[in-house]
Structures are given as structure tokens and as C-alpha cells.
Design a protein around this ligand. Structure first.
Ligand SMILES: *[C@@H]1O[C@H](CO)[C@@H](O)[C@H](O)[C@H]1NC(C)=O
Ligand SMILES: *[C@@H]1O[C@H](CO)[C@@H](O)[C@H](O)[C@H]1NC(C)=O
Length: 362
């Protein structure tokens, strides 16, 4: 009798567990679908189901509980005027937690789609036959390709793609409207064009490690006032030419000259397609170098924001030991968070504000 009861309990528990799991899976899917919105009614469901079962979504923490009556489609909205902000992440705790905190502090919504589990033989094949040899760089390539496919599958009009250690100013929603206006002016957007940044561009570099502004005969520069920029003498970037061009309280937008590091880049509707087509050729070395060359060779129409509005957060301790591309895989999560790190070119860092209540420009 007792044995039968025990077995009964086990079987009942298993059934209950399965039901709970099914419920959670269904609920997650509904949540994702609700978030995807009306534009996404037609994408290939197979793709979504296999790749995006789990999505960690950051809701706009600063938004009031009652949704605004008038929907905001401007560059000041919680997705900065893009249809989505996506982070490329392999799930490292300090990066994702900081991202979450920074998004909340600045009132923006960042989505971290779960990366497919690339099998080792697949990565190895990509290393051997693809554009890059390093393991981390191969993973980065695959990650970017996957996010671009995700943007296209969802039929999004535009998207901003971030690396997961990015930081930005708490005032970023005030920074984007003048940037959008300048981009429209630079690219001669049509008056009736409803996209905040227009659609006459493929890729917009909003986070990079430098892009020297054009000389007079090289191209136009649109200059505008922005009192949330860091002092010019504190500017840090691979190429210091920006310091010769801007004054304190200014930001500029221009066609990309020599943009380095894909910290944060936006793609327009057509840009996502053009970039995926070009990237799928699998040429040009590391992903950011491929993108730089595609911009320089005018395969893609690229615009740069200068100084950039996204920069990586450098943790205080052990930061140097973590290779950016993720080759090291060192777990130093517990070290990060003890002491405040810093973020270049960012007057009031959202990560430092959220996690330490301070600014951290050095
Ligand atoms: C923000 O604006 C863009 C462009 O108009 C729009 O596609 C996007 O859906 C808006 N985001 C939100 C959260 O309403
Ligand atoms: C920037 O200018 C606006 C409007 O002129 C003002 O409200 C704001 O306090 C200024 N911010 C900074 C950081 O000086």
C-alpha cells in the first residue's frame, strides 16, 4: 500500500512539474509575442521558436504604471526611436546586470535575446572556413549575424545593437532627438519620412572607439549643442582628431570615415538586409573591421555620432584580464561590483549612477 502511494506521489509530482513547465513556456511565449507588437505578426515562427524561447526583457523601469495616452514614436522614446534595442550577450552576470540597471536608470528598454548554443564543431568549422580564426571573434561574428537575422525575421524598421558591457548617460533620451535631427539633415531625409532618423542610411555608429571627423573636402559635418557631453579635454578615443573639431557642449554627426569597434550600431530596415547580405560573404576579418571597410568602400551608407553616446564600462578590478572578445572566459563576477569602475566620454554614467550613485568619468 505504502509503496504504491509513494509511487503515486512521484508520478503526480512529475505530471504537476511538466504542467508547470508547459505553463511557464506558454506564458513566456505570450510575453515575447506581446512585446514584439503588431509588426511581427508574419515572421517565420519556426525560427522564433527554436532561437528565442527565452528572452530576458528589460522593461522600462522609469515608466509610470499608467501608459502614456499618446504613443511616443520620437527618438526620445524608451527604445531611442528605434524599433528595438538588442544586446549581444553570452550572459556574463556583471555585464547583463549592469546593463539592466543602466537601462532602468535611463528609462530605456533593452532586450537580450538568448544566443543560440553554437556547438563546438560548428564554431570550429567557422574558425577554419570563416573570416576569423580566434574563438571569441568567431563567436562575435555568429552573434552579430544571428541578431541581424532576428531583426529581419521580425520585420523591424530599425534596431540598435549593443555589446553587453555598454554604458551610456542617464540623459540618453535627451541626447537622441538632436542626433536624429542632425542625421535627417545630413542624409537629406524626406519631409514625410516618419522614421525619427530618416531611412536614408544603412548603419549608424552610436558607440565606437573613434571615428576621425572628415576634413573640409572629405564631407559635411552637422554640429549641434548638447550640454550632456563630457569635457573635450577628457575625450578618450583611438583617434584624437575629434578634439580639434568640437568644442565643449557640442556633438557632431557625419558620414563615417574610419569607424572602429562595433560597441553600438543601429541598422535601418534596408541597412539590416544590406549588412546581412554583405556579412554573409564571410570576408574581411573581425566583424568590426568588416563593417568599417564596408562603410569606407561605400558598400553600406554609414553615419557616425561623435563623440559616441555608448562606451564600454571598465570594471575597477581585473578589468584588464577580461579579453573584450570573450576569449578568456574568466569569471570575475564577484570582483566586479565591489568597487566602481569607469566609463570614458560619458558625463553621467547610467551604470555608475545605478550601481554606485556616482558619476565615473576619469
Ligand atoms: C519608438 O519609436 C520608434 C520609431 O518611431 C518606434 O518604431 C518604436 O516602436 C517606439 N518604441 C516604443 C517603445 O514605443
Ligand atoms: C542643459 O540645458 C538644459 C536646458 O537649457 C537644462 O535644463 C539642463 O539643466 C542643462 N544640463 C546640464 C547638465 O547642464
Amino acid at each position: 500500500m505504502i509503496r504504491i502511494n509513494a509511487r503515486g506521489i512521484v508520478i503526480t509530482s512529475i505530471i504537476a512539474l511538466v504542467l508547470v513547465l508547459l505553463f511557464v513556456a506558454q506564458w513566456k511565449r505570450e510575453e515575447i509575442n506581446a512585446w514584439r507588437g503588431p509588426q511581427s505578426s508574419s515572421p517565420d515562427t519556426n525560427y522564433q521558436n527554436t532561437k528565442l524561447e527565452e528572452v530576458a526583457e528589460f522593461k522600462d523601469g522609469a515608466a509610470p504604471i499608467t501608459a502614456p495616452v499618446v504613443p511616443d514614436y520620437s527618438a526620445a522614446n524608451s527604445t531611442l526611436g528605434f524599433q528595438a534595442i538588442l544586446a549581444l550577450s553570452q550572459g556574463t552576470k556583471w555585464r547583463v546586470e549592469g546593463l539592466h540597471a543602466a537601462a532602468k536608470a535611463a528609462g530605456i528598454s533593452v532586450t537580450v535575446p538568448q544566443q543560440p548554443k553554437w556547438s563546438e564543431p560548428f564554431i570550429k568549422a567557422f574558425q577554419e572556413f570563416g573570416p576569423v580564426e580566434a574563438h571569441g571573434a568567431a563567436m562575435a561574428w555568429l552573434g552579430h549575424l544571428d541578431l541581424l537575422k532576428f531583426v529581419i525575421q521580425n520585420n523591424w524598421g530599425s534596431a540598435l545593437i549593443l555589446e553587453d558591457d555598454m554604458d551610456w548617460d542617464v540623459e540618453i533620451r535627451k541626447q537622441t532627438p538632436p542626433i536624429a535631427k542632425a542625421v535627417r539633415e545630413l542624409t537629406k531625409a524626406k519631409k514625410g519620412d516618419t522614421e525619427p532618423y530618416g531611412k536614408n542610411w544603412d548603419v549608424m555608429w552610436m558607440g565606437h572607439c573613434s571615428d576621425p571627423p572628415p576634413f573640409k573636402d572629405e564631407g559635411k559635418i552637422i554640429t549641434f549643442a548638447d550640454n550632456t557631453t563630457a569635457p573635450v579635454d577628457k575625450y578618450r578615443g583611438l583617434n584624437p582628431r575629434l578634439k580639434d573639431v568640437i568644442k565643449d557642449g557640442q556633438r557632431i554627426v557625419h558620414y563615417s570615415i574610419n569607424p572602429v569597434c562595433t560597441f553600438a550600431y543601429a541598422v535601418s530596415y534596408q541597412g539590416a538586409r544590406n549588412l546581412l547580405a554583405h556579412a554573409s560573404l564571410g570576408k574581411g576579418g573581425a566583424f568590426d573591421l568588416m563593417l568599417m571597410h564596408a562603410c569606407q568602400d561605400k558598400v553600406l551608407k554609414c553615419v557616425s555620432v561623435n563623440p559616441e553616446v555608448f562606451d564600454p564600462y571598465f570594471p575597477a578590478e581585473g578589468g584588464a584580464s577580461e579579453v573584450r572578445a570573450g576569449d578568456a572566459g574568466v569569471d570575475f563576477d564577484h570582483e566586479v561590483g565591489k568597487a566602481m569602475g569607469h566609463t570614458d566620454n560619458t558625463l553621467n554614467s547610467a551604470r555608475c549612477s545605478a550601481q554606485f550613485g556616482k558619476t565615473c568619468l576619469e
